[in-house]
Design a protein around this ligand. Structure first.
Ligand code: SF4
Ligand code: SF4
Ligand code: SF4
Length: 366
């Protein structure tokens, strides 16, 4: 399956989160008032997908805030998919900050079988510390209102929770909040960004990240509730018991994740939009098929693989697979460095392995 992180409004957003990795591109929004993807560009792109040998696609509508594009834009998108992707499989999901969700959006998502992911960092005090609206006040109430509308319409949204330096100090409060709110489909997304060549103050350290994840893992094991699903712990768990980890960080599948910016620029993954090194080309200048056969794309994929040299001899290689490429990039600006969270991953996996072995031992002695 090929996944496309679709950026219909590029970095435009109705929020101003302090840790936003798009913030270095916000100046663009002043110069270019309209960053919305043109409908003809969208049609061209979906038509070009039909020319690929690939038979299944995942569209992840992302931002900025993707709902700013408006329902008509998405009506057009599902129309093009139905027209051009006959005989192919595809699914749609949207990653939203949740603040614009109302009954009309919920009905649209339901009718068109969209999966929903909402960004929420935990209880109000923790969420509002970084996730702010333009005037600097927190966005928690608006997000919870959006989630409520989704729940009323039968959705159990996935939650992306950003793990900052601050979150690491509040691990139990975060865990209790998600469990008591019945929001058990969690993706814990580590937060580490660079500002002026140094790690930004909100970034979590590898040590902080390891303690956070180990504590969450212990709570998860103690709770033993099959409805609580936590990434990347699920993937690590699957890997440790001999299965295949599913998330992109662990599955060595970066090249199956591409991002399409509003203007037709194609990148490796949404994490790299705006960084020229990772721009493969523009779909209005060359077809998607030719871009995916281009020298630039081949050499980028080669560089990603070559950058994992040190991982080849690692005992966790089959599970971690070098981790997220972005965190190798920010560790040295080039794709040659070890993952910024390598030491944390080793600690987490070591802890999980011994907990699983202990459990196995106690079960076999019952
Ligand atoms: S909601 Fe997302 S895109 Fe918008 S400011 Fe926050 S982190 Fe950035
Ligand atoms: S734990 Fe570190 S060395 Fe091992 S595979 Fe992951 S990034 Fe590579
Ligand atoms: S850069 Fe990271 S988030 Fe993006 S596809 Fe690769 S592993 Fe996944």
């Amino acid at each position: 399956m090929l996944t496309f992180i679709m950026k219909p409004v590029s970095v435009l957003c109705n929020l101003r989160c302090d840790y936003c990795y798009n913030s270095n591109l916000w100046s663009k929004t002043k110069e270019e008032k309209k960053l919305k993807m043109d409908i003809r560009l969208l049609e061209t792109f979906i038509c070009q997908l039909s020319e690929l040998d690939e038979n299944s696609f995942s569209f992840v509508w992302h931002g900025g805030e993707p709902l700013i594009a408006g329902i008509n834009f998405y009506e057009a998108a599902v129309g093009f998919q139905a027209r051009y992707l006959k005989g192919k499989q595809y699914l749609n999901s949207v990653q939203t900050n949740g603040t614009l969700i109302d009954q009309e959006w919920a009905a649209f998502f339901k009718k068109n079988a969209f999966k929903i992911g909402v960004s929420l960092d935990g209880p109000k005090k923790i969420h509002d510390q970084f996730r702010k609206i333009f005037n600097g006040s927190g966005s928690f109430e608006r997000v919870m209102k959006g989630i409520e509308v989704l729940k009323v319409n039968g959705f159990n949204p996935g939650i992306i929770s950003v793990i900052t330096k601050n979150a690491a100090k509040n691990v139990d409060a975060i865990w209790d909040f998600f469990v008591s709110s019945g929001l058990g489909r969690l993706n814990l997304s580590v937060c580490a960004e660079k500002e002026n060549g140094k790690m930004a103050s909100f970034s979590i350290t590898p040590l902080g990240y390891a303690s956070f994840m180990i504590r969450i893992f212990d709570c998860w094991m103690a709770k033993d509730d099959p409805d609580i699903k936590i990434q990347p712990l699920e993937s690590y768990f699957q890997g440790l018991i001999g299965g295949r980890p599913t998330i992109c960080h662990c599955a060595n599948e970066c090249a199956a994740y591409l991002a399409l910016d509003y203007n037709g620029d194609l990148y490796l993954c949404g994490r790299f939009v705006g960084i020229d090194k990772f721009r493969i080309g523009n779909i209005m200048e060359k077809t998607l098929k030719s871009l995916l056969c281009s020298k630039k794309w081949k050499s980028l994929k080669g560089e990603i693989q070559a950058s994992k040299k040190e991982c080849l001899s690692c005992e966790w290689a089959n599970i971690c697979n070098g981790g997220c490429t972005y965190y190798r990039y920010i560790n040295g600006q080039l794709l040659s460095s070890l993952n910024y969270f390598c030491s944390a991953t080793k600690k987490i996996l070591r802890h999980m392995k011994s907990a699983i072995m202990e459990l196995d031992h106690s079960l076999s002695t019952v």
